[in-house]
Write a protein that binds this ligand. Structure first.
Ligand SMILES: Nc1ncnc2c1ncn2[C@@H]1O[C@H](COP(=O)(O)OP(=O)(O)OP(=O)(O)O)[C@@H](O)[C@H]1O
Length: 778
C-alpha cells in the first residue's frame, strides 16, 4: 500500500460534478396498541393524504389546539416527506424503499448514515432493530452485506479499522487477543434465546419472505458485483456504542462485575483530517450473521434503558451501530466504507415526561444533543439556501453531531426515518418532531459520484505507525509517532504523518482559511455590534419617549391637582367667611315684625313723653294765672316743677347715656369690621401670591427639563405652604373677636359685606346706620 491519507484528495475534488440532492426524510406511522385504543388515543390526529403528504390535526385539549383557539398558530399542519409508510407497511417493505440506495453506496465504498428520530414509544427501535419475528433495518443491512460478500469474506483478522478512515495491521498476538475478546462476548450471550438468532439467520434462508428473492435483491441493490473484484476480499467489523448524558460508552465491552463501579466513558477524538472517531472503541470482526446477532444482543443488554412515565422500556440514550467494510486486495486495504445506524433517544421534553433527578439530567442531555442536531441541520439548510450567508454550524457542540459531521459535510449520505405514533396525548411532541423533519428535508447533500476509493485508507502497523505493503515502510520509524503520542489530547491531531511539502501546503491553506475565518468573524462581529447598537439605541429612544410621556402625564396630573387644591382653598375661605358672617347674622338677627313693634313702641313712648311734657307745661301756665285755691288744689295732686325738672333731667341723662353707649357700640363694630376687611384683604393678597407662585410653577413645568423628583418635591413644598396658609387662616379666624350684636338695621349691611368681601369696606353702610340711630336717639 502506498501510504496515503484522505488529505491527498480533497473532498471538493471528489464532489466536483456531483449532483446535490435533498436529504431523504421518511415518515413511519406506527399502529395503535390495544391499550392506546382502549384509552381513546385514536382521535384522527394523523391523516396520510398520499405516500408523500400527511396532515396533522390537533386534538381537543392539546396545546396546539389551545393556541389555535387563541388565534396563535393553526390546528391543521401539512407535511411532506420523501416517502410515508403507514401502519400496514412491513419491515421488509420499509427496508426495500428506504435503505436500498444507501446499502448500495455502502457496498460501493461510500459512507451511509441512517438515524431514526421521534418521541419515545414511536417505534424508532422497532424500525432500526425490529423484533425477533420482524427484524428491522439493521439485521437486514447485515444480511444484505453478507449476501453481497458471499465467498469473498476475508477470514484473517489482521486488518482492522483504525482512527476514522484508516486500517491497522495486527500482528499474531493482536489477532489472538481479538479472537479471545470476541469469544468472551459470544460466551456471555450463549444463553440468549436461540429463536431470535434463528430468525436473523432465516433472513438469509431462501425459505423466508425477506430472502425469498435474495438473488434478485442482490442484483437490484448492488451496483457492482464482488465477483468482478477478482481477488479482492472483504472484512466486516462492527462496533456498538451509546451516547448517554453526553458520554460515549462502548456497548461491546464486558459489563462490570461490581455494580458500584462506573462504566468507562470513551473520548471522541479527531483523526487529523477533521474526522471525529471514538477512541478505544471496540471493533469486532464478524464472519456470519449469527455473530452479528449475538453482538447486537450483547450490546442491547448493556444499553442504558430507564423507565420513564411514558414508556417503561424507553431507552434514554442514542445508540449507534456502525459497520465498517474493508475491501482488501492482497495486503492492501483498498477502501473502507462505513454504515452507521443511529437509534436516537426519545425527543420528548422534560416537562412532558415529568422526569426527576437523574432522569431529568438524562432528559436535559438528550435534549441538548438533539437540540444541537437540530441546530446543525437548520444551519446547514440556511447556509445552503442563502449562499451569501455562512453561519456557524455547531457540529462540535455535542458528541452526536461531532461524530456525524463528516457525513453531513459530503463524506457520505445521510437519511432520516421519522417515527411517530398517532396518539392524541403526544400530539404536541409529534408536531415538534414533524417540524424538525420539515427542516431536515430541505438540507442538500452532495454525494460523490465516485466511490471513496480515491481516499485510500492509511494502513498502520500494530504500533500505529504507517505501513507499506503490509510491512514497515522504508521511512525511519522515528519519523512516526505512536497513536498515544499522536492523539494525546482530545481533538488534537498530529500532522507529522504528512510529507513535508504537504505539511507546508496544509499550513498555507490553513493560514488562508484562518485569515478568511478571522475576516468573516470580524465582519460578523461588526454586524452583531451594529445590530446591538441599533437595538440599544432603539431601546434608549423608546425609554426616553416613555419617560417624557410619564413626565407629561405627571405634569398634567400635578397641575390638575394644584388647580383642584386652589379651588378647594378658595371655596374653603369663602365658606369660612360665609360661616363667620352667618354666625354673626344669627347673633344679630332681629325679626322684622319684632323690629317694627319695638320701633312703634319707642315712637308711642316718645309721643307719650311729648304729650306728658305738653300737659305739664299747660298746667304750670294755668296755675301761674288762675285762683290761689285752685293752685293749692292742683299742687296737692301734681308734682312740683322742681320734681318734674328732676325727672326730665334724669330722663335726658338716661337718653344721653344710651346714645353714648350706642355710639361706642357703633365705633367698636366699625373697628371690628375694618379688621375683618383687612384680614380678608390679606387673604386675598395671599391668594394672589399663591396664584403667582402657581403661574411660576406652571411656567417651570412648561420648560420641563427637570426630573420628576423635583416636581414632586415642589408639590410637597406647595402642599406644605397651603397647609401652613390654611393653618394661618384658621389662626386668624380664631383670633377674630366675637362681634357685638346689632339690634336693628344691620342685617342688610352685613349681608352685603359678606356676599362681596372685597368690594369696598363694610364700614360705610354701618356708619350710615349709626347716624340714623343717633338721629333717632336725639
Ligand atoms: N410499525 C410497527 N408495527 C407494530 N408495532 C410497532 C411498530 N412500531 C413500533 N411498534 C411497537 O411499539 C412499541 C414502541 O416501539 P419502540 O420501542 O421501537 O419505540 P421507541 O421510539 O424506540 O421508544 P424509545 O425512544 O423509548 O426507545 C413497541 O412495543 C413496538 O413493538
Amino acid at each position: 500500500v502506498s501510504c496515503c491519507t484522505p488529505m491527498n484528495c480533497s473532498i471538493t475534488e471528489l464532489l466536483a460534478g456531483a449532483e446535490p440532492q435533498t436529504m431523504r426524510v421518511y415518515l413511519r406511522v406506527r399502529p395503535f396498541s390495544k391499550e392506546e385504543l382502549s384509552d381513546g388515543e385514536d382521535q384522527g390526529c394523523v391523516v396520510i393524504e398520499n405516500n408523500q403528504t400527511v396532515t396533522l390535526k390537533a386534538p381537543k385539549g392539546s396545546a396546539t389546539m389551545k393556541s389555535s383557539e387563541k388565534g396563535i398558530g393553526m390546528s391543521l399542519h401539512k407535511f411532506s416527506f420523501s416517502q410515508i409508510f403507514g401502519q400496514e407497511m412491513t419491515q421488509s417493505e420499509l427496508f426495500e424503499d428506504t435503505v436500498k440506495s444507501q446499502m448500495s453506496d455502502f457496498l460501493d465504498g461510500k459512507n451511509a448514515l441512517i438515524f431514526s428520530y421521534g418521541v419515545t414509544n414511536a417505534g424508532k427501535t422497532y424500525t432500526i432493530q425490529g423484533t425477533p419475528k420482524e427484524p428491522g433495518i439493521l439485521p437486514r443491512v447485515l444480511d444484505a452485506t453478507f449476501h453481497y460478500v458471499g465467498g469473498h469474506l476475508y477470514d484473517g483478522m489482521d486488518r482492522k479499522p483504525y482512527l476514522r478512515n484508516d486500517a491497522q495491521y495486527l500482528d499474531l498476538d493482536q489477532v489472538k487477543q481479538e479472537r479471545i475478546a470476541k469469544a468472551a462476548i459470544f460466551a456471555s450471550v450463549k444463553d440468549v434465546r436461540v429463536k431470535s438468532l434463528a430468525n436473523l439467520k432465516s433472513l438469509s434462508s431462501p425459505s423466508t419472505r425477506f430472502s425469498s428473492s435474495p438473488l434478485s435483491y442482490a442484483q437490484t441493490v448492488f451496483a457492482s458485483d464482488p465477483t468482478e473484484a477478482g481477488s479482492s476480499q472483504f472484512a466486516l467489523w462492527v462496533a456498538f456504542f451509546e451516547i448517554y448524558n453526553e458520554c460515549v460508552y462502548d456497548l461491546l465491552q464486558p459489563p462490570l462485575c461490581s455494580k458500584s463501579k462506573r462504566r468507562a466513558a470513551l473520548r471522541v477524538c479527531d483523526d487529523g483530517a477533521g474526522n471525529a472517531y471514538v477512541k478505544d472503541l471496540r471493533w469486532i470482526n464478524i464472519q456470519t450473521l449469527g455473530e452479528a446477532s449475538k453482538l447486537l444482543q450483547f450490546g442491547n443488554r448493556n444499553r442504558s434503558a430507564a423507565a420513564t412515565k411514558m414508556n417503561q422500556s424507553s431507552s434514554r440514550s442514542h445508540s449507534i451501530f456502525t459497520m465498517k467494510l474493508l475491501k482488501i486486495d492482497g495486503s492492501r486495504v483498498e477502501r473502507i466504507s462505513e454504515f452507521s445506524l443511529c437509534d436516537l433517544a426519545g425527543s420528548e421534553r422534560c416537562n412532558k415526561t415529568k422526569t426527576f433527578g437523574e432522569r431529568l439530567r438524562e432528559a436535559g442531555n438528550i435534549n441538548t444533543s438533539l437540540l444541537i442536531l437540530g441546530k446543525c441541520i437548520t444551519a446547514l439548510r440556511n447556509n445552503q439556501t442563502d449562499r451569501m450567508k455562512s453561519s456557524y454550524i455547531p457540529f462540535r457542540e455535542s458528541k452526536l453531531t461531532k461524530l456525524f459531521q463528516a457525513v453531513f459535510c459530503g463524506k457520505g449520505r445521510a437519511s432520516m426515518i421519522v417515527n411517530i405514533n398517532q396518539c392524541a396525548s403526544t400530539y404536541d411532541e409529534t408536531l415538534h418532531v414533524m417540524k424538525f423533519s420539515a427542516v431536515a428535508k430541505q438540507v442538500m447533500q452532495v454525494i460523490p459520484d465516485k466511490p471513496l476509493e480515491s481516499l485510500v485508507p492509511c494502513l498502520v502497523g500494530h504500533d500505529g505507525k504507517p505501513l507499506s505493503n503490509g510491512v514497515i515502510d522504508s521511512q525511519p520509524l522515528e519519523s512516526y509517532l505512536s497513536e498515544e503520542e499522536l492523539l494525546d489530547e482530545e481533538d488534537e491531531a498530529n500532522m507529522s504523518l504528512l510529507p513535508q511539502n504537504e505539511f507546508v501546503n496544509m499550513i498555507e491553506s490553513l493560514r488562508t482559511k484562518l485569515l478568511a475565518e478571522r475576516r468573516r468573524n470580524l465582519v460578523q462581529e461588526m454586524e452583531i455590534r451594529k445590530e446591538m447598537g441599533d437595538a440599544m439605541l432603539q431601546q434608549l429612544m423608546e425609554s426616553e419617549e416613555l419617560r417624557i410621556r410619564q413626565i407629561e402625564e405627571q405634569k398634567e396630573s400635578y397641575q390638575e391637582k394644584l388647580e383642584n387644591t386652589f379651588e378647594m382653598y378658595k371655596d374653603a375661605i369663602k365658606e369660612h367667611a360665609y360661616q363667620c358672617a352667618m354666625n354673626n347674622l344669627e347673633d344679630d338677627y332681629v325679626p322684622l315684625e319684632e323690629f317694627i313693634a319695638v320701633q312703634e313702641k319707642v315712637e308711642v313712648c316718645h309721643l307719650i313723653s311729648c304729650l306728658k311734657e305738653k300737659y305739664w307745661t299747660g298746667i304750670v301756665c294755668r296755675s301761674n294765672t288762675g285762683p290761689v285755691g285752685n293752685t293749692c288744689h292742683s299742687a296737692h295732686f301734681l308734682p312740683t316743677a322742681e320734681d318734674r325738672c328732676k325727672l326730665l333731667y334724669k330722663e335726658k341723662c338716661a337718653i344721653e347715656k344710651m346714645c353714648e353707649d350706642k355710639q361706642q357700640l357703633i365705633l367698636s363694630l366699625e373697628k371690628r369690621l375694618m379688621e375683618l376687611s383687612e384680614t380678608l384683604q390679606k387673604v386675598g393678597d395671599g391668594f394672589l401670591e399663591k396664584s403667582a407662585d402657581v403661574e411660576v410653577l406652571q411656567r417651570k413645568g412648561d420648560d420641563q427639563t427637570k426630573s420628576m423628583d423635583d416636581i414632586l418635591q415642589q408639590n410637597v413644598e406647595k402642599d406644605q405652604e397651603i397647609t401652613s396658609l390654611k393653618a394661618e387662616l384658621a389662626t386668624l379666624s380664631q383670633k377674630s373677636p366675637v362681634k357685638p350684636k346689632f339690634k336693628r338695621g344691620l342685617l342688610a349691611n352685613i349681608k352685603e359685606a359678606v356676599t362681596s368681601p372685597r368690594k369696598g369696606t363694610p364700614g360705610r353702610p354701618l356708619r350710615k346706620m349709626s347716624k340714623t340711630l343717633r338721629m333717632k336717639g336725639s
